[in-house]
Design a binder for this molecule. Sequence first.
Ligand code: PMP
Length: 305
Amino acid sequence: KGIQAGKIWLNGQLVAQEEARVSVLSHALHYGSSVFEGIRAYRTGRGPAIFRLAEHTRRLMESAHILRMPVPYTEEEVNEAIKAVIRENGYQECYIRPLVFRGGASLGVNPLPCPVEMMVAAWHWGAYLGDEALRSGAKLVTSSWIRSPGNVLPTKAKAGGNYVNSSLAKADAVSAGFDEAILLDAQGYVAEGSGENLFFLKNSVLYAIAHSVTLVGITRDSIVHVARDLGYEVKAVMATRDELYTADEVFMTGTAAEVSPISSIDFRPIGTGQAGEVTLEIRRRYLDIVSGRDPNYDHWLTYVN
Ligand code: PMP
């Protein structure tokens, strides 16, 4: 039936999904000239709360800056638009997708003459890698596609066009029977999943894959804080794929994927071949925080009402 997004905010107006239309001659549709965010709001004891809204809006603005896209709204206005969509649709929890894109004016490759438009949509979205992968751990495969080097695409921007790279890797992984792809960088180091950052645990030390050509994940940052709080030593490292094969645990983080345990990589079971214990401990903590059950992290929540 497709995505049921109810009312969508488009260029300053809340309209029904069927009425949220743009031109098929939009520059973004042809050339990928868009930037976006993925944000989640969670049900809490005080109504819906958006997790790390300020950081997501900041990254949206930075992505737009990288693509030389002047956003016609302030961060405050973007935050208000996001809250309005949640309120208007009466969501208690949802996934939120703001998108800033070059509209239709000219279909020359040069984006600069095209108007900058914006929309915010939100809908219900469960376990990103599926319920089974969440229970038993996801199966990963190293992709033959590498993550774009920083002089090919701006990997710190969450730009639409970058996701041709991610979606090639994801489609191949799923077609081959895996849940998700791991993309290496041009040197052969592990970069990230098609939409997630990677962590591994070895001898009780938690390693976060360093930001090289990866997106600077907001969930990754959250998990670094949470794991340190739980008493784990956390280090950012470059790692090769075989270091993941021999890790005690591997997990992925992302707004959509939250904290997703990994059970195998390239046919090799990771640790026990089940969802790791530390992974599940960290996941539980994360879900407590996003759901407003930890006053120490209340500053990460924006209450909608
Ligand atoms: N890497 C890529 C390529 C992504 O698309 C995402 C999802 N936004 C992430 C990492 C994780 O980022 P975050 O935790 O901010 O959602």
